[in-house]
Design a protein around this ligand. Structure first.
Ligand code: PLP
Length: 419
């Protein structure tokens, strides 16, 4: 067991301490805050630092940290495809054929036919006319939102939207309006308060990454239509998971009513990169205006080839998504039977809500030592009182692994008084 819990650091919120510059201490030196930033180092020294954990092995459902084997319940590898032999082989063959990098942006010299093939197949997969791939999902949101929303336009966000959406909105220079998480009455009040003649874009996570709940598109789409607002859904966590793998809009049978769908390759696609899909003229415009696309190198051949192979597996083996659903259902039932608070999750992202910074870190540490890898999440990543352990599951987890995870949760939950 590591040293005592660093109360000052933890209660002050490590995320907050990391992200907020020590402005009040600022001198003439822009580096001053760096030399004064001790929170993370104190946490490392105390053994309660849960970030940047360097793994020596990663076999998908199990990982190794300094000889210590853990069951991975904190990844986004929902379909377990990072260890699929065909996905690995596709990446290897792409390196052999094209080399490790395209050494340039899509715009000038970094486009391969492979990129375009992936775009065509992704557009078809999500039921849109066209798609455009970027080198990360973060860049999709930065580039697409800032290309489409201009000064004087309005961008409407759910308060729990992912940071990449928020940053894309900031970069756009549009006016940002936010509504309470999944609160459609509040969304309507916000939309009704905006001048009719303003151009408006609503961007929302399809499947929310922290609490595993889903955006209510059947209520949201009519509101967007009523108030002349375009809708973009971030399906980073929903692709491969909801709608038989095709995402949130497909889950609700509304693919033709959502204007733009984006997703990342860094989760179910077992790769790196991302895409946005929509009507051809809109994608064509983004392609020629998104700075995050034009001024950044294209996805590596290995990344594109791995994502394409993962897409083929999703398309040809729909039983993988069923398997993921069954594992998720097994875990939600198990946690609820043990008495844990798992919020409103209906998906493979299952939060164990703790509601206190210190207890969240303590529980994380005990689980880690007992062989379960999860992610502690505290404010401001979640609202105060919603501090949680983010757990997530894969199609490739075995029943024996999942039973072991529940057993360890039961033992630790009792030890810390959560259940
Ligand atoms: C909802 C959401 N959108 C976008 C991204 C960014 O994706 P990427 O990892 O490809 O940059 C993430 C990644 O964490 C995410 O969770």
């Amino acid at each position: 067991m590591a040293g005592s819990l660093p109360t000052r650091i933890i209660s002050d919120g490590l995320f907050r301490r990391i992200s907020v510059a020590h402005r009040k201490d600022c001198t003439m030196d822009v580096f001053q805050k760096c030399y004064q930033f001790t929170a993370a180092k104190e946490a490392i020294a105390s053994g309660y630092y849960p970030y940047f954990i360097p793994l020596t092995e990663n076999e998908g459902t199990e990982v190794v940290f300094r000889g210590h084997r853990l069951i991975m319940c904190g990844s986004n590898n929902y379909l377990g495809l990072t260890s699929h032999p065909k996905v690995r082989e596709a990446a290897i063959q792409a390196v052999k054929r094209y080399g490790p990098s395209c050494t340039g942006s899509r715009f000038l010299n970094g486009t391969l036919e492979l990129h375009e093939q992936l775009e065509h197949e992704l557009a078809e997969w999500v039921g849109k006319q066209a798609a455009l791939i970027f080198s990360t999902g973060m860049q999709v949101n930065l580039g697409t939102i800032s290309a489409l929303v201009s000064r004087g336009d309005v961008i409407i966000l759910d308060k729990d939207d992912h940071a990449s959406i928020v940053d894309g909105a900031r970069l756009s220079c549009g006016e940002i309006q936010r509504y309470r998480h999944n609160d459609m009455a509040h969304l309507e009040r916000v939309l009704a308060s905006l001048p009719e003649e303003k151009c408006k874009l609503l961007v929302v996570d399809g499947l929310f990454s922290m609490e595993g709940d889903v955006a209510p598109l059947p209520e949201m789409v009519p509101l967007c239509k009523k108030y002349g607002t375009r809708l973009m859904v971030d399906d980073a966590h929903a692709m491969g998971v909801l709608g038989k793998g095709r995402g949130t809009a497909a889950h609700f049978g509304m693919s033709d009513q959502v204007d733009l769908i984006m997703s990342t390759f860094s989760k179910s696609f077992a790769s790196l990169g991302g895409f946005v899909a929509g009507d051809e003229p809109v994608i064509h415009y983004v392609k020629h205006h998104a700075r995050a696309l034009i001024f950044s190198a294209s996805p590596t051949p290995a990344s594109a080839a791995a994502a394409l192979e993962a897409l083929h597996i999703m398309r040809d083996q729909p039983e993988l998504v069923d398997c993921l659903d069954q594992n998720a259902q097994f875990m939600r039932t198990g946690f609820r039977q043990l008495g844990f608070n798992i919020g409103n999750s209906t998906t493979p992202i299952i939060p164990v809500i703790i509601g206190d910074d210190q207890l969240t870190f303590l529980t994380w540490k005990l689980l880690f030592e007992a062989g379960v890898f999860v992610n502690p999440v505290i404010s401001p990543a979640v609202a105060p009182g919603r501090q949680l352990l983010r757990t997530s599951y894969m199609a490739s987890h075995t029943r024996a692994q999942l039973e072991r995870v529940l057993g360890i949760f039961e033992q630790v939950g009792k030890q810390v008084g959560l259940i």
